[in-house]
Design a protein around this ligand. Sequence first.
Ligand SMILES: NC(=O)c1ccc[n+]([C@@H]2O[C@H](COP(=O)([O-])OP(=O)(O)OC[C@H]3O[C@@H](n4cnc5c(N)ncnc54)[C@H](O)[C@@H]3O)[C@@H](O)[C@H]2O)c1
Length: 255
Amino acid sequence: MQVKDNTFLITGAASGLGAATAERLVAGGGRVVLCDLSDVVEAHAKTLGEHARAVRGDVTSGDDIQAAVDAAVELSDGRGLAGVVHCAGVVSVAKLVDREGNPADLDAYARTVQINLVGTFNVMRLAAAAMAKNVPGEDGERGVIVNTASIAAFDGQVGQCAYSASKAGVVGMSLPAARELSRHGVRVMAIAPGVFETPMMSEIPDEAAEALAAAVPFPKRLGKPDEFARLAEQIIINSMLNGETIRLDGGIRMQ
Ligand SMILES: NC(=O)c1ccc[n+]([C@@H]2O[C@H](COP(=O)([O-])OP(=O)(O)OC[C@H]3O[C@@H](n4cnc5c(N)ncnc54)[C@H](O)[C@@H]3O)[C@@H](O)[C@H]2O)c1
């Protein structure tokens, strides 16, 4: 699947990994629909020029994501939606039992799972239904879906029950989704980032960020959003990548 002249939907595109991916795909000659809850997405799409559109939307809403998919099909000049890089997500921290002995809030747990896991399924189902209508290209390929998991899917920390479970669910869906969508010529992959320099991470104190950077075997730093974008681009281009989750983490294994 080539980037040039093809149209991609990027969720979570107002910030961090999604914003960097949109920039990279436009630089490669692609067209992009940037979808995000935040209105910043509109300004970001403007900076990317005529081949970018913004759609404000919530990844847990069927109507919102259908509108984003429709916008991508419209932008594609008849070629259809070629790919999705799904980056929208939230991080949350809560202990099962807090210091005072109170149980964790069940609604907060469900909210994280709803956005990160159910939102991923929502984006996949609507994107795949659109891609299945595409005219097949080389090898019968019609589309590619790149989801965003996390190393917390494998090495979850204390307080990450909700986040780790939601991301482990994203990892778990890759293979069954890839197997099912193979008959439509649609590939499904996930990226499990380590610790990246994005607004999501800027919420943690400097000291903690330095400790995380020092824990990375090599290179001893946080990942840069464009390093994520480059892997997403490679997954789009390389048709043999399918049904797998790739850790992108400098070798870090959380304690
Ligand atoms: N930054 C990291 O170190 C890191 C590590 C592992 C995984 N991730 C994952 O990467 C993805 C991107 O994270 P980031 O670091 O770029 O974070 P970020 O906070 O910079 O960007 C996330 C974007 O998602 C949007 N968003 C949140 N909920 C949404 C919803 N319901 N509908 C639509 N948009 C919504 C936000 O508005 C924001 O623009 C997330 O899924 C995150 O869990 C990040």
